[in-house]
Design a protein around this ligand. Structure first.
Ligand SMILES: NC(=O)c1ccc[n+]([C@@H]2O[C@H](COP(=O)([O-])OP(=O)(O)OC[C@H]3O[C@@H](n4cnc5c(N)ncnc54)[C@H](OP(=O)(O)O)[C@@H]3O)[C@@H](O)[C@H]2O)c1
Length: 280
């Protein structure tokens, strides 16, 4: 029976995919940098795989024929050599819609994803690219200020995204792993509606049953507030991304629904399911 190696199995997408593959009757191996912290379904083996440490690749890949891959460029060439040697014929990459931008090679968010896509395109292994836009789970960045102050600082309250639920990304991954006809395809995945940051805050407030104030703040103030934990180039790239989408509705592609065969989950449903994280 063919086996799928799922890298990043502690991640929101990876962990959901392990459960989905197992539930659908596929043989699956859950890989993580910290396999001892995994709690996979009964019967699913957990293995060590750090995508930046080639010493972990051979044992993780042995006996697998497909891989769900997080976009870590550090060891990608060695990973693909080991994958080919192990008999892997298909890799599904968790990429990003950021690669579709004209400046992708110079953009700190897009560049690592593009580098891994290019390595896969140059390898004999067939690659399928999932290119989601902003995740619904990015709203967790607002959990602490909402819990503690009932307020959030937004540098661009009118910036749009079409947030996609990570479970939908995992379901899309299941679809491309299960259907041989989809091997080698690329998919720009989005959620079902475009929403501004301020609208997402309103939805979170409604879900928690508590008011939340959105404060518009300057780029400089926001950069200072995130400087202790976010590298400046990444923070700058995020600000530019929000500036570009300020007042501009985000694309809704319908690709998620086409792959999964069901309506994409709404941000309202995500907020209701995760409301506890935003309550004091
Ligand atoms: N957030 C967004 O809006 C967005 C949009 C488009 C694309 N994406 C892509 O989605 C990814 C986040 O997915 P997520 O929400 O499932 O992640 P998450 O819950 O934040 O978890 C990230 C996972 O990445 C895995 N990982 C990181 N470095 C690794 C390494 N060197 N080797 C092996 N695994 C490594 C880790 O798995 P282990 O801890 O199990 O090792 C970690 O749990 C982003 O990194 C990006 O590539 C995100």
């Amino acid at each position: 029976m063919p086996t799928t190696l799922v890298t990043g199995s502690r991640g929101r997408v990876g962990s959901a995919l392990v459960r989905l593959l197992h539930g659908a009757g596929h043989d699956v191996r859950a890989a993580s940098r910290s396999p001892e912290q995994l709690t996979p379904p009964a019967g699913v083996p957990a293995v060590a795989c750090d995508l930046s440490d080639p010493a972990t690749f051979a044992a993780a890949l042995d006996g697998t024929d497909s891989v769900f891959l997080y976009a870590e460029p550090a060891g990608i060439d060695a990973f693909l050599s080991h994958a080919e040697a192990a008999g892997v014929t298909h890799v599904v990459l968790l990429s990003s819609s950021a690669v579709l931008a004209p400046d992708a090679a110079d953009n700190p968010i897009a560049a690592p994803h593009l580098a891994v896509e290019q390595a896969l395109a140059a390898s004999p292994v067939t690659a399928t690219f999932l290119r989601p836009g902003a995740f619904a789970g990015n709203a967790h960045q607002w959990a602490h200020p909402i819990r503690t102050q009932g307020a959030v600082d937004l540098p661009y309250p009118g910036s749009h995204t079409s947030p996609i639920d990570e479970t939908d990304v995992a379901e899309a991954a299941l679809a491309v792993l299960a259907d041989p006809g989809l091997r080698g395809s690329a998919h720009h995945l989005t959620g079902p509606e475009t929403l501004t940051a301020a609208e997402q805050i309103e939805i979170l407030a409604k879900a928690t049953g508590r008011p939340v104030t959105a404060h518009a703040v300057s780029r400089t103030a926001w950069l200072e507030s995130v400087s202790p934990f976010m590298p400046a180039p990444l923070a700058g790239a995020l600000l530019d991304y929000w500036a570009d989408s300020d007042g501009v509705p985000a694309l809704v592609t319908g690709e998620t629904e086409r792959l999964t065969g069901r309506p994409a989950r709404t941000f309202t449903a995500w907020a209701e399911a995760n409301a506890a994280a935003f309550r004091p």
